[in-house]
Design a protein around this ligand. Structure first.
Ligand code: IPM
Ligand code: MG
Length: 360
């Protein structure tokens, strides 16, 4: 098969980790006789430096006309980078929000999984994680607070800032359906997270999720308030399979879930719409403090490329080959610095990519 992939290396460690993911994709292409054509586009701080905007219309069109997008990470140090002196809509993150919205990527899948080989990195007591855990945070990605009207203005002699949050039934329905579909392929459990004891958007969320749940009698489902969910994630992470939630709650809980695994450098993510198109990126950020040092862990991005093969290209065997290669190098004892422990072999970003590519 021939596929056109738009590649956004981005800022910080983005370029180094994307390079390794492309190396692994090329190894897959060679072994399974596919052709992956890459078109690089700019987004984030590097695009601001080049064009004065975090995402140009031309870059957006290239992404729109590709079969999928592979993304590294964007953004810099918010307290020192000049990008954060710009108007909010010109900052790096605005490019990310824009591409998600413009491409209609409403479903964000963030797996949080405890690797047997890395369980020592999990900050929780062993008795809480015995046997591991494996959850999928399903975050609504193009609605809610991050896309509502906002303003900061002077009223009665003082500044007042407003952010508004809204959800339509249709927006809730499509993400809920995706969540239940994915649960059917996993352990058939959905925990829908909201704040229905306070928010109208959450009460509507609950109502719509209940309607969708009726179509999936095999799936066990429950509602959980977001504050409780934050607590349950560190108290008993094993209870979760699919965690279905709105944009901001998902932003926060997915960071928490990844920390609970202890190895955020290992976690991939996919942002999908109704059809096969998707954008794939690591769950972690651009880590500007370690950029260019060949020490960043490329595995989250490599695993995101595997998700691309599975979800956008229906290449299950190829995706499995990447995931097995990752497990294999971990079993062989290779570690980047973030997951290093006694007696293991320390490798850099490039070496890690080489090792994985060689095992495809
Ligand atoms: C994420 C990030 C983004 C988000 C930021 C950079 C806008 O935190 O992908 O989780 O909040 O969606
Ligand atoms: Mg986030």
């Amino acid at each position: 098969m021939e596929k056109n992939i738009a590649v956004i290396k981005g800022d910080g460690i983005g370029p180094e980790i994307v390079e390794e993911a492309m190396k692994v994709l090329d190894a897959v292409a060679k072994k399974y006789t596919h052709k992956f054509n890459y078109t690089q586009i700019l987004m984030g701080g590097c695009s601001i430096d080049a064009y004065g905007v975090p995402l140009s219309d031309e870059a957006l069109e290239i992404a729109r006309n590709s079969d999928s997008v592979l993304l590294g990470s964007i953004g810099g140090d918010t307290s020192t980078s000049p990008w954060y002196k710009l108007e909010p809509q010109l900052r790096p993150e605005a490019g990310l929000l824009k591409i998600r919205k413009e491409l209609g990527l409403f479903a964000n899948l963030r797996p949080a999984y405890l690797y047997e080989e890395l369980k020592g990195a999990c900050p929780l007591k062993e008795e809480l994680t015995e046997g591991g855990f494996d959850m999928m945070i399903m975050r609504e990605l193009t609605g809610g607070l991050y896309f509502g009207m906002r303003s900061t203005e002077v009223e009665n002699g003082e500044l007042i800032a407003r952010d508004s949050m809204s959800y339509s039934e249709g927006e809730i329905r499509r993400i809920a359906r995706r969540g239940f579909d994915i649960a059917m392929k996993r352990r058939k459990k959905v925990t829908s997270v909201d704040k229905a004891n306070v928010l109208d958007t959450s009460r509507l969320w609950r109502k719509v999720v209940e309607e969708i749940a009726a179509d999936y009698p095999e799936v066990e489902y429950e509602h959980m308030l977001v504050d409780n969910a934050a607590m349950q994630l560190v108290k008993n992470p094993k209870q979760f399979d699919v965690v279905l939630t709105e944009n901001m709650f998902g932003d926060i809980l997915s960071d928490e879930a990844s920390m609970v695994t202890g190895s955020i450098g290992m976690l991939s993510s996919a942002s999908l719409r109704e059809d096969k198109f998707g954008m794939y990126e690591p769950s972690h950020g651009s880590a500007p403090d370690i950029a260019g040092k060949n020490i960043a862990n490329p595995i989250a991005t490599i695993l995101s490329a595997a998700m691309m093969l599975r979800y956008s290209f229906d290449m299950d065997d190829e995706a499995n080959a990447i995931e097995s290669a990752v497990k294999q190098i971990l079993a062989e004892g290779y570690r980047t610095i973030d997951i290093m422990s006694d007696g293991k072999t320390l490798v850099g970003t490039k070496e890690c990519g080489d090792l994985i590519a060689a095992r495809i």
